[in-house]
Ligand binder design. Structure first.
Ligand SMILES: Cc1cc2nc3c(=O)[nH]c(=O)nc-3n(C[C@H](O)[C@H](O)[C@H](O)COP(=O)(O)OP(=O)(O)OC[C@H]3O[C@@H](n4cnc5c(N)ncnc54)[C@H](O)[C@@H]3O)c2cc1C
Length: 388
């Protein structure tokens, strides 16, 4: 795995070198198989966790690596370039651990975060419902208080790692008439509850090894101590959490673009097209130069917004939305262009670009669709203009 440009100043080169070793030894050799038979990428996740890279940004005292967000983003983009399924399973661990770290009790943090970091537990985050996702206030999964328990009823859908999860960060409403103000976060130990039924993994366009399932809750009783924070504190937690998960989607976009680009370069090298002076080869060389420019610019944007996440006083919500839109669109358009430049070979699994194209498309949709990101950016434009 290589990138043409030097690493960003805030990226830890040693961590990236370790990531590259795991990719080379464990993740890349399995990537095509993981995709073709939709196999959960346990070995890739274990390789990353065994190398001490379980969840990068969290403090070492609870099992994290305490790296910068830009180091995480660079690492995830490399993992995605090699294997989309592994990247999604890996980032979902962070998406589950981050809200626990932000709002869990000391006991919840100590019980789950080190296990998510070392890979002995799989985590999920469950927000989306058949009729609610973008519109969080429409949430219908209800947590009804009964003495020292909550009883949960409802259905979540499109939940990554949901059938594998030992721990689920669940967002449910304690009162659906309160809209967003009723949303409350809970932590579910899947081995300790009854009334929770995961569906079978969905058949998908891409990222086929990363399982995505429904979760049905039928009179699922959990102790009051499983709540994270107070009733009604789920929505602000969600807003803070999506800043991290949108960085992940953006990093994947850059990774899929890079993976497709690398596949095209390897193909061109085999055919001696990079040094040839014939017109068709030169057209390809110029196209590669433009694509490299687009990927380099997106990577620089990924790094600079990641630095903002670490250093800005307030969560840079609009910048992260802009980044998510830009990089995930880039993943799809660059991968599609690489498939096209490969000619008929672009259709071949062996060429490797078609997998990146299939893996890339969903990044434009999950973690808040790009239309929803546009709305957030438009609101920021309006607010900034009003403040002038
Ligand atoms: C592979 C995969 C993995 C996922 N993993 C998870 C997970 O781990 N946890 C989880 O909770 N969710 C997960 N999701 C769900 C995903 O995040 C949501 O599906 C996504 O955010 C879209 O939300 P929605 O389903 O409510 O779509 P909708 O909001 O119903 O979107 C449908 C269409 O309407 C458009 N739209 C919606 N609102 C507006 C508006 N106000 N103005 C204009 N257009 C609008 C959208 O852009 C989209 O085109 C996953 C989804 C997939 C496919």
């Amino acid at each position: 795995m290589s990138t043409p440009q030097a690493l960003w100043a805030s990226v830890d080169a040693e961590v990236i070198a370790t990531v590259d070793r795991v990719i080379e030894r464990t993740i890349a050799p399995e990537a095509r198989l993981v995709d073709s038979v939709a196999e959960f990428p346990s070995a890739g996740l274990a390789g990353l966790c065994d190398a001490g890279l379980g969840i990068m940004q969290l403090p070492t005292s609870i099992g994290g690596t305490e790296t910068s967000t830009s180091t995480y983003a660079e690492a995830l983009s490399r993992i995605a370039a090699a294997c989309g399924s592994t990247s999604t399973v890996y980032m979902t661990q962070m998406h589950a651990a981050h809200p626990i770290h932000l709002q869990g009790s000391e006991e919840q943090i100590q019980t789950w975060v080190p296990r998510l970091c070392d890979g002995s537990a799989i985590g999920s985050i469950a927000l989306t419902e058949p009729e609610a996702g973008s519109d969080v206030g429409a949430m219908r999964t209800v947590a009804r208080r009964e003495g020292d328990h909550y009883v949960i009823n409802g259905e979540k859908t499109f939940i990554s790692n949901g059938d594998r999860a030992n721990v689920i960060v669940l967002f449910a409403t304690v009162d659906s008439s309160r809209g967003k103000d009723g949303v409350t976060a809970f932590l579910l130990d899947t081995e300790a509850v009854t009334g929770l039924e995961p569906g079978v993994p969905m058949h998908k366009l891409g990222q086929k090894g990363a399982s995505t399932v429904t979760l049905s809750f039928q009179d699922c009783r959990i102790p009051v101590g499983a709540r994270m924070g107070e009733e009604g504190e789920g929505y602000p937690l969600l807003l803070r959490s999506v800043v991290r998960s949108r960085i992940s989607a953006a990093a994947q976009g850059v990774g899929f673009a890079q993976g497709a680009f690398d596949a095209l370069v390897a193909w061109a090298m085999q055919r001696d097209l990079l040094s040839s002076k014939i017109a068709e080869a030169q057209d390809l060389q110029f196209a590669l130069a433009r694509l490299r420019g687009e990927i380099t610019a997106a990577r620089a944007m990924l790094m600079s917004v990641s630095d903002l996440v670490d250093n800005a006083e307030d969560e840079p919500v609009a910048e992260v939305s802009l980044l998510k839109m830009h990089c995930t669109t880039l993943g799809t358009t660059v991968a599609a262009r690489c498939v096209e430049l490969l000619g008929p070979d672009g259709d071949l699994v062996s060429a490797g670009a078609e997998r990146r194209l299939r893996d890339a498309k969903i990044t434009e949709i999950y973690d808040g669709t790009n239309q929803v990101q546009s709305m957030l950016v438009a609101r920021d434009i309006r607010l900034s203009a009003g403040a002038r």
